[in-house]
Design a binder for this molecule. Structure first.
Ligand SMILES: *[C@@H]1O[C@H](CO)[C@@H](O)[C@H](O)[C@H]1NC(C)=O
Ligand SMILES: *[C@@H]1O[C@H](CO)[C@@H](O)[C@H](O)[C@H]1NC(C)=O
Ligand SMILES: *[C@@H]1O[C@H](CO)[C@@H](O)[C@H](O)[C@H]1NC(C)=O
Ligand SMILES: *[C@@H]1O[C@H](CO)[C@@H](O)[C@H](O)[C@H]1NC(C)=O
Ligand SMILES: *[C@@H]1O[C@H](CO)[C@@H](O)[C@H](O)[C@H]1NC(C)=O
Ligand SMILES: *[C@@H]1O[C@H](CO)[C@@H](O)[C@H](O)[C@H]1NC(C)=O
Ligand SMILES: *[C@@H]1O[C@H](CO)[C@@H](O)[C@H](O)[C@H]1NC(C)=O
Ligand SMILES: *[C@@H]1O[C@H](CO)[C@@H](O)[C@H](O)[C@H]1NC(C)=O
Ligand SMILES: *[C@@H]1O[C@H](CO)[C@@H](O)[C@H](O)[C@H]1NC(C)=O
Ligand SMILES: *[C@@H]1O[C@H](CO)[C@@H](O)[C@H](O)[C@H]1NC(C)=O
Ligand SMILES: *[C@@H]1O[C@H](CO)[C@@H](O)[C@H](O)[C@H]1NC(C)=O
Length: 654
């Protein structure tokens, strides 16, 4: 071997290695065997051997083994059968994300009612590999039960899963990373990143919604179970982001408002976001209305989800800087804004007449959430218009937005309780509208944002932040917006405490997967999500529950892209009581990172990297010192901040 190769080889590997890779939950191989045996029922010899790449377990008569993959996984199962003592022998397989729904007669549910059918293999036919059809890819399961339902003796050499999630990704090659001195916070960041990976699918494997219109009061009795197929092509391309791994495996724009930002700062898989958004834009109606969800979901109107598609387009542009894409969709975007503002009435507020939202109730009238999101979109729209040199609509949007802000604060603000009411005919203070009011800057002062943030925090229960607009519900979706609201109200410790409380529960509770985040649960800690009658239906891997991942990168580590693709940026760490943070991610323009240590209220170490040819600002409140770039530039912090900085690598000298 040449000396240069000897020297460069290992160095090259070290340079390309992924920071903090040990926290990444995604599997190292797509060819999976179970991690451990969870339970054996009946007589099975050497069940544990199937946790190795070649095994030999013997099922003696009616029996079953539940295997545990250690994390939530997805894919096509196969059984390698050695022999069966009878031609009528069968082996079945059932799946469950949660330990609560392990059952040898059925899988957890993808439908409104009952449980899902097992997969059965006629192993009496002889030795060999048994694999179901591709439409029986299972999108999320931690537990897999192999069941023998006859008196036969059956030898099994292997139980494997061909891991299918995130089909275009090198599963552990994250472009983003996050590390701090709080291990729980670190693990939550990575579980959020992994949740979005398992929700990213080959678009051919969307749910066919066989039982979408089933009456949810009608229960299925075992052993009668529901069919399920993941064979509907939901988008173009080779990969797309869906709401949930097990279900719905469909494109949902609301869910994407959280998932997209988390993806951008972790795996960077914006391709899967683009195919999803395009599948929504092709469904736009002549009047500008965008769909509630992608196909094959029902054609329903949702005011807020319509707005979330517009938010998705703007977020995608912010992270990708893909001007050609946003330009191609600009006339559609504008028609979308037009449809939304057509609901604004003489009061200045939008009057919502479509009930569909994130399955909260009472989504009508002058609703605060809808108006806050509309206000947010109108700000976004003005920025996009100026970047695309299309100023004709911007003045009108600004005027409408101004009126929304005045009217919302006049008609929907409850000064006594320090929160907005849901609409003019109720005293209910929703989580969604209040979190969005801060996020959208619908509040008229920093003081008002502080008040809302405090009032939201005062309502937290044992298991997290309540969403009273959806009954006794903890919504990790709306909770994700609440996290951003606390940071924006300059209460980083409230955001971090909510992450520890709510996402800590979601990560560590034994009924969870310890790797992916559940879609919703009850304020009493039971895994009942009020909008669903059927508890086994709840998804344990939902992209909308991954709010901490972006919130930690953008606010705790402080890395925010302000211009398209990061052409301009703002580095404003709000680490709360974290004392050291090291985080970064890449956009198409290059790498962004911050690394710092805090002591006694000020930053004692701080360095950052931003791509060359970009410019931005740094905000380090309470810190005195000079920023020094690798190329020798020096900028003295003024009141802890510096503006007009060029990209490159900079260090703080205190
Ligand atoms: C074990 O098998 C018995 C008898 O078939 C059945 O009633 C029971 O539900 C099984 N338990 C589990 C955990 O599968
Ligand atoms: C598998 O184990 C059974 C005993 O449980 C034994 O009879 C059989 O020979 C083994 N097969 C192989 C291939 O090791
Ligand atoms: C085992 O399950 C298969 C598939 O459902 C079924 O056809 C067969 O009758 C069952 N055998 C027994 C003994 O229950
Ligand atoms: C997994 O499935 C893919 C797609 O069908 C196939 O190309 C690949 O060979 C399979 N891998 C294994 C280990 O079976
Ligand atoms: C999905 O598979 C089922 C069962 O084979 C079939 O009836 C259905 O037409 C398929 N759906 C699509 C969209 O291919
Ligand atoms: C896929 O692309 C074709 C051709 O551009 C387009 O007609 C179709 O609407 C697209 N479908 C989806 C779901 O994006
Ligand atoms: C107003 O809000 C309350 C509380 O969420 C809700 O019950 C009611 O249905 C809402 N009004 C309309 C018109 O949706
Ligand atoms: C909203 O519009 C509906 C339908 O036109 C109307 O019945 C309702 O009174 C309006 N609500 C408000 C608060 O104006
Ligand atoms: C929020 O709105 C206020 C006016 O109410 C404005 O002064 C401020 O600049 C806005 N903040 C941002 C971040 O846009
Ligand atoms: C930050 O504060 C929380 C309580 O709010 C505490 O549990 C945690 O240990 C603190 N972390 C550090 C690094 O001080
Ligand atoms: C920076 O911009 C200049 C002029 O547009 C260009 O020549 C150069 O390649 C750019 N450098 C990087 C690293 O993008």
């Amino acid at each position: 071997m040449h000396l240069a190769t000897l020297l460069l080889g290992p160095l090259a590997v070290a340079a390309s290695s992924v920071p903090y890779e040990q926290y990444i939950l995604a599997p190292k191989t797509r060819d999976l065997v179970p991690a451990s045996v969870h339970n054996v029922n009946g007589s099975v010899t050497n069940a544990v051997s199937l946790t190795r790449s070649s095994g030999n377990a013997t099922f003696h008569g009616v029996s079953s083994v539940t295997y545990d993959f250690g994390i939530n996984v997805a894919g096509l199962v196969s059984l390698d059968v050695g022999s069966a003592s009878s031609s009528s022998a069968f082996l079945g397989v059932t799946f469950s994300e949660s330990s609560l729904w392990i059952n040898e007669q059925a899988s957890d549910a993808t439908g409104n009612t009952g449980l899902d059918m097992p997969l059965w293999f006629p192993v009496g036919k002889g030795a060999g590999k048994y694999t179901p059809e591709e439409k029986h890819i299972r999108g999320g399961f931690r537990y897999l039960t192999v069941v023998s339902n006859t008196t036969a003796t059956v030898q099994v050499r292997g139980v494997r899963v061909n891991y299918t999630a995130a089909p275009d990704q090198d599963l552990r090659a994250y472009t983003g990373y996050f590390h701090s001195d709080d291990e729980l916070i670190n693990k939550i960041w990575y579980a959020g990143a992994y949740t979005n990976q398992i929700c990213t699918i080959n678009p051919k494997h969307g749910n066919s919604l066989v039982h979408l219109s089933d009456d949810s009061s009608k229960e299925i009795e075992l052993p009668d179970t529901a069919t399920w197929w993941n064979n509907y092509t939901i988008t173009n391309g080779s990969s797309t982001i869906t709401d949930g791994a097990k279900r719905d495996r469909l494109v949902w724009p609301g869910d994407m408002s959280i998932a997209l930002e988390a993806i951008a700062v972790s795996t960077g898989d914006l391709y899967s976001v683009r195919t999803a958004l395009e599948s929504l834009f092709v469904l736009q109606k002549a009047n500008g209305q965008l769909p509630y969800a992608g196909k094959p979901f029902l054609d329903l109107t949702s005011y807020t989800y319509h707005l979330h598609s517009l938010i998705g387009a703007s977020y995608l542009y912010r992270f990708s800087g893909d001007k050609e894409w946003i330009s191609q969709h600009w006339s559609q975007y504008k028609r979308g804004v037009q449809w939304a503002v057509s609901s604004v009435d003489s009061t200045g507020l939008a009057n919502i007449t479509a009930s569909s939202d994130w399955l909260r109730f009472g989504m009508g009238g002058h609703n605060i959430e809808a108006n806050a999101i509309l206000y947010y979109v109108l700000q976004d729209a003005q920025i996009l218009a100026s970047e695309l040199q299309d100023t004709s609509s911007a003045a009108r949007w600004k005027h409408i937005a101004g009126n929304i802000k005045i009217a919302a604060n006049e008609k929907l603000w409850d000064d006594k309780n320090g929160l907005y009411i849901d609409n003019q005919t109720t005293t209910l203070h929703p989580q969604d509208g209040n979190a969005w009011a801060i996020k959208a800057n619908l509040t008229s002062s920093t003081r008002q944002s502080t008040i809302v943030s405090n009032a939201l925090k005062a309502r937290w229960g044992t298991y997290g932040a309540p969403a009273p607009e959806a009954g006794k519900t903890v919504s990790p979706f709306i909770g994700g917006f609440e996290l951003q609201a606390h940071f924006l109200a300059n209460h980083p410790n409230s955001a971090l405490d909510l992450i520890r409380l709510q996402w800590g529960f979601m990560l560590n509770d034994p009924r969870m997967t310890q790797s992916t985040f559940i879609e919703g649960y009850s304020t009493d800690g039971s895994l009942h999500y009020a909008p669903y009658a059927n508890d086994p239906r709840v998804s344990h891997a939902h992209g909308w529950s991954t709010g901490p991942t972006y919130a930690l990168t953008a606010y705790a580590a402080g890395i925010q892209l302000t211009g398209a693709g990061g052409s301009t940026w703002k580095l404003a760490p709000q680490p709360g009581n974290l004392t050291s943070v090291d985080a970064g991610f890449s956009s198409t323009l290059g790498k962004f990172s911050t690394k710092f240590r805090k002591s006694g209220g000020s930053f004692v170490q701080f360095s950052f990297v931003a791509p060359l040819n970009t410019t931005g600002s740094v905000f380090l409140p309470g810190t005195k010192g000079t920023l020094v770039s690798r190329s020798g530039k020096r900028v003295v912090l003024s009141h802890g901040s510096a503006t007009g900085l060029s990209g490159g690598r900079w260090d703080l000298r205190v």
